[in-house]
Design a protein around this ligand. Structure first.
Ligand code: HEC
Ligand code: HEC
Length: 233
């Protein structure tokens, strides 16, 4: 079976990597699709997303919805394609990201480009252990040792490499995602998946607690929690 990996680079192009099992030892075929995001079309498509994610795309404290505002475009794109194909299980959202409902790569690119214009939640859900506590410090140590090489010194992630920004993400959402990955209900990068064999559940809670306390740059945040997306007034 062929495996297709698609990445949106710099919000301007899609890099399609086609791996063929018949050509296992051969270089992947690279196809780059270039286009200019249309933010108006992205905003229109986002109306459907906003029914669940709300117009601000801020997610919620109990972790049922992630904050998607502020996430890297390549990460958003990868998630949409994974959810579209069923590679990532999300039955409630899946119908809304099909080609017949939202459209092709251009439309997906437009909606992620629109989401990337939204300011982030100034009061995301944080873990229970404050700075200075033993749990916080243990989390910091584990983060530096096992996570920052991909997710960044300040949890900023990496758009080029499709590593999610964790900074500003709800603690409860990250905890739930980590549990799903540990139980193999969400496929995750193999190096990260291997950490579930070395780190305990408590280690993960502490490291995610630390991540949830990392500050988000003020320039990426909405002025206050009363901010409402003016495009949806
Ligand atoms: C019916 C409700 C619903 C609709 C409509 C919906 N979503 Fe979602 N979405 C969810 C839920 C629930 C999750 C969290 C899934 C999980 O816990 O694994 C999610 C997760 C995501 C994620 C993954 C974020 C991450 O970092 O893990 C992205 C990106 C996303 N949605 C974007 C969109 C976009 C863009 C649209 C519109 C095209 C959309 N969603 C429409 C319910 C919805
Ligand atoms: C080798 C790189 C790598 C390392 C090391 C790594 N991760 Fe990840 N992580 C990823 C990638 C890639 C994803 C996105 C997977 C996908 O495509 O769905 C991810 C996803 C996540 C998510 C879900 C984010 C979301 O928006 O849904 C969390 C939470 C997370 N990682 C936490 C951690 C923690 C905590 C550590 C250290 C204990 C860690 N990761 C180590 C690469 C890494």
């Amino acid at each position: 079976m062929n495996r297709i990996h698609i990445t949106l680079c710099h919000s301007l192009c899609i890099l399609v990597l086609v791996f063929s099992s018949k050509l296992a030892a051969v270089e992947p075929i690279r196809v780059v699709l270039e286009f200019t995001p249309d933010l108006d079309n992205g905003r229109r498509s986002f109306e459907i997303c906003a029914r669940c994610h709300l117009p601000e795309a801020w997610g919620n404290d109990d972790g049922t919805y992630p904050q998607i505002a502020g996430q890297h475009v390549n990460v958003l794109m990868k998630q949409l394609l994974d959810i579209r194909s069923g590679r990532r299980n999300n039955p409630s959202m899946q119908p809304f990201v099909q080609e017949r409902t939202i459209g092709g790569y251009q439309d997906l690119g437009d909606v992620v480009a629109y989401i990337s214009t939204l300011p982030m939640n100034p009061a995301h859900n944080r873990g229970p252990w404050p700075e200075g506590s033993a749990e916080y410090e243990s989390g910091e140590r584990l983060y530096r040792q096992h996570c920052s090489s991909c997710h960044g010194q300040s949890g900023e992630g990496n758009n080029e490499l499709s590593y999610p920004r964790l900074q500003g993400q709800h603690y409860n959402y990250m905890k739930r995602q980590a549990r799903l990955a540990r139980d193999r209900l969400r496929r995750i990068e193999p190096v990260m998946a291997s950490l579930f064999t070395t780190l305990t559940e408590q280690d993960f809670d502490q490291v995610l607690n630390y991540v949830s306390h990392l500050p988000v740059p003020v320039s990426d945040l909405a002025p206050d929690t009363a901010w409402r997306n003016p495009d949806f007034k």
